[in-house]
Design a binder for this molecule. Structure first.
Ligand code: IMP
Length: 428
């Protein structure tokens, strides 16, 4: 049975939670492999809406083991808040397992995330301010704290001391903030150790055994292709690998065991934070799409920047991730737009580009070239098969599929769990 990777095609918030939910019944494990509580999944089940920031959305599916992989950064306060909130609503959270190698977000990195952004001024990234970037920087600089360090207080203390030698210089001398004491960091982290201990395991080994036993594993990305630190619109990206390659390094499942890559793409485009966005709509046009799509951040509540679908990005996502299936979400939001513009290429300094340009400067200068597809006015929220869709909506789906170069296997037509047009099985 397969290992399936689930990634976002654009700048995040494509509706990955819904895609997970759609195949949840077939899954044995759902693994979060990158990011931290900067992610935001909204899952609607019946009348209940669940907004998850850190936990894999599989936690809502009975019978699924949710796994926090080694590639994740964990804010322990947020972890336990989310677990308690779900528990209070009757969700069984007892099966959660966490990698001993995942990194922890200490309080000083939350402070540093916010003050660095303030100091960047006009050059700010627009981060979620949750300490994600500084924690991944610490991981690479080899001064990070890991889950397993909580089980050896002496080692934890040594590591915190080492980190604070540098961090306090920064906090006090550069950012004019108060110094943080070793005790306060150690005490805060150690206060979670006993509760965390039973959840911690060698998740790589657990998943390898699960695949050997024929179980189905979903590797679910936080953020998305263009927020990937290597393949995204750097520096306006998150600090981890959100593309399918990250699924391997962030979980210890090797590339040879991955069977399919589901890529979730919104029928239009949104982005939170700063950075280039060629098809962005400004003013009233942007407001209309934002309102129609309810485009406000799950994690931060920030209004999302909105624009038309960009198939240059769609093609890029297929190439970088090895997409086997697209799930196209929120098609219902485009109802009433006629014609519907779709970006097919860019004009950059007088030259046409059909692929993502080589440099950041060129991408900043990209002017979208649109094709105008016929729109539809009928309510499509009750459609469950392609033939239920009006002809123009069907053509939109087929045209996007051809332009991006991978099959669209499901189409979202509303926020509810069952509001989906199934084209072909996602699990084969
Ligand atoms: P960070 O991940 O908090 O460091 O933020 C870096 C960039 O990624 C910012 O532009 C954020 O708005 C963006 N970002 C991080 N997580 C998400 C997400 O789940 N959806 C959309 N954008 C995100």
């Amino acid at each position: 049975m397969p290992a399936i990777v689930l990634v976002g095609a654009q700048w995040g918030d494509e509706g990955k939670g819904k895609a997970t939910d759609l195949i949840g019944g077939h899954l044995d494990y759902v693994v979060k492999f990158n990011g931290g509580n900067n992610a935001g999944h909204t899952v609607v089940i019946g009348d209940e809406t669940y907004a998850l920031h850190l936990l894999p959305s599989g936690i809502l599916t009975p019978g699924v083991t949710p796994v926090v992989g080694n590639g994740v950064v964990i804010d322990l306060g947020v972890l336990f808040d989310e677990l308690e909130a779900l528990d209070a609503r009757g969700v069984d959270v007892s099966s959660l397992v966490i990698s001993a190698n995942a990194h922890l977000i200490p309080s000083y990195n939350r402070v540093l995330d916010k003050v660095t952004e303030r100091f960047l001024g006009k050059r700010k990234i627009g981060t979620t301010g949750r300490g994600i970037g500084p924690t991944y920087a610490d991981k690479m600089a080899r001064v990070g704290l890991r889950v397993q360090d909580l089980f050896d207080e002496k080692i934890l203390r040594q590591k915190v001391e080492g980190a604070l030698d540098q961090k306090n210089q920064l906090l006090v001398k550069v950012y004019n903030r108060r110094a943080v004491s070793v005790d306060e960091v150690v005490d805060e982290l150690m206060s979670y150790a006993d509760r965390l201990r039973p959840m911690v395991t060698d998740t790589g080994l657990l998943l390898a055994k699960a695949l050997d036993a024929g179980e189905t594993v979903l590797l679910e990305a936080g953020q998305a292709t263009l927020l990937d630190v290597d393949h995204g619109t750097y520096p306006f990206v998150t600090s981890s690998n959100a593309t399918s390659g990250g699924a391997c390094t962030g979980s210890a499942i090797p590339p040879t065991r991955i069977d399919s890559v589901i890529t979730v793409m919104k029928a239009y485009t949104t982005r939170v934070g700063e950075g280039p966005f060629p098809t962005e709509l400004h003013g009233e046009e942007g407001d209309r799409l934002r309102k129609a799509g309810g485009e406000f951040g799950t994690t931060t509540g920030r209004p999302r920047r909105c624009g038309w679908l960009d198939t240059v990005i769609g093609r890029y996502a297929v190439r970088v991730n090895g997409t086997t299936d697209f799930v196209l979400t929120k098609l219902d939001v485009l109802t009433g737009y006629d014609p519907v513009p779709v970006c097919v290429g860019y004009e950059i300094d007088g030259v046409r580009h059909d692929e993502m340009p080589l440099t950041q400067t060129e991408f900043h200068h990209a002017v979208p070239i649109f094709e105008y597809l016929e729109g539809w006015h009928e309510d499509i929220t009750e459609a469950r098969t392609l033939s239920d869709l009006p002809a123009a909506a069907r053509r939109y789906v087929e045209t996007v599929e051809q332009m991006c170069g991978a099959p669209i296997s499901a189409v979202g037509v509303g926020p509810g769990r069952d509001q989906i047009v199934a084209v072909r099985d996602l699990i084969r």
